[in-house]
Design a protein around this ligand. Structure first.
Ligand code: GLU
Length: 304
């Protein structure tokens, strides 16, 4: 059955941009009678441990807006064996490079991601043994310069080069790109809706899906919320979480209506009413959905 998902990392509260992406992901699924699941991407245990209540607050904020999901939320930290098992048959190698070494050896960064230049791809056993004595290795997949094309609902066919990206970090934690692919496949995700900052990652992830024997999903990368300087919206930009806005006497239904307006959707007060209002329409053709959403937190607060 067609299935969509929202997959937040519980490292900080959901801000307006995250909530808008959640809303759109939910709407894509529910307006096409698909299943919708919630996945807590909590593999970065250090950051998660630093903010232990965040996952619970994220779930509550989604519920407050009327966003619902099927089944219990899945937590990646409960699924480590699945990722290890899935990766077992892949052609991989140990990588001893530091971030800095990669930055120095790679070409100009592509977005914020630096394709791995292959430094450790062909080390001899002796070189590896020497490096192991000094540092723990990350595990990279050998992609052999593959190219992969994905289909995005708005961007169309997008082709990207696949580098030898990390599957397991040096501390043994499965990396985001591995976990997301395994989970999207095992949860039967047919369309991945998420922020446009991840469009560049889609060819890499779809390629890995095919290597693991899964069919890649299609994608809907929606516009990111940005601040007035053009940087990604962050909590430090002001009152941008439901809790901040509630403290300013701005109730959730008004926030919800603003999220709808920002995406060119009928202004409803909660998710079920929005679903009713878009029924039967091609709501996703609204250009605002795909464009960056400039959030001036101060002005929004005054205007609400
Ligand atoms: N967990 C990621 C994030 O919060 C999203 C991953 C995805 O949607 O593929 O940025």
């Amino acid at each position: 059955m067609p299935t969509g998902r929202f997959a937040p990392s519980p490292t900080s509260d959901l801000h307006l941009g995250n909530l808008r992406t959640a809303l759109l992901a939910w709407l894509f699924a529910r307006s096409s009678s698909s299943r919708f699941v919630l996945r807590i991407e909590d593999l970065d245990q250090q950051r998660v441990a630093a903010a232990p209540e965040v996952a619970r607050r994220q779930v509550r904020d989604l519920q407050v807006l009327g966003i619902d999901w099927d089944g219990e939320p899945v937590r990646q930290s409960d699924r480590l064996d699945l990722y290890r098992d899935a990766a077992a048959g892949l052609d991989t190698y140990e990588c001893f490079c530091t971030r800095r070494e990669i930055a120095e050896a790679s070409q100009a960064p592509h977005g914020s991601y630096r394709p791995y230049p292959g430094t450790c791809a062909n080390l001899t056993e002796r070189e590896r043994a020497a490096k192991r004595a000094a540092r723990r290795a990350a595990i990279r997949v050998r992609a052999q310069g593959a190219m992969m094309t994905v289909h995005d609902r708005h961007a169309g066919d997008v082709t990207g080069a696949v580098d030898d990206f990390v599957l397991f970090r040096a501390d043994g934690t499965p990396a985001y790109n591995l976990a997301v692919v395994v989970d999207d496949a095992l949860q039967g995700i047919s369309e991945v809706c998420r922020g446009a900052d991840l469009l560049d990652s889609a060819p890499r992830q779809a390629w890995l899906a095919t290597r693991l024997g899964f069919s890649p999903p299609t994608y809907a990368h929606v516009g990111l919320a940005i601040n007035q300087s053009g940087a990604r919206l962050a909590k430090r930009d002001g009152a941008v979480t439901l809790a901040d806005l509630a403290a300013l006497q701005i109730p959730a239904p008004r926030v919800f209506a603003q999220l709808c307006a920002s995406a060119g959707l009928p202004q409803a007060g909660a998710a079920p009413q929005l679903l009713e209002a878009v029924r039967g329409s091609d709501w996703w053709r609204a250009s605002e959905i795909w464009e960056p959403w400039i959030v001036d937190a101060g002005r929004l607060v005054r205007g609400w």
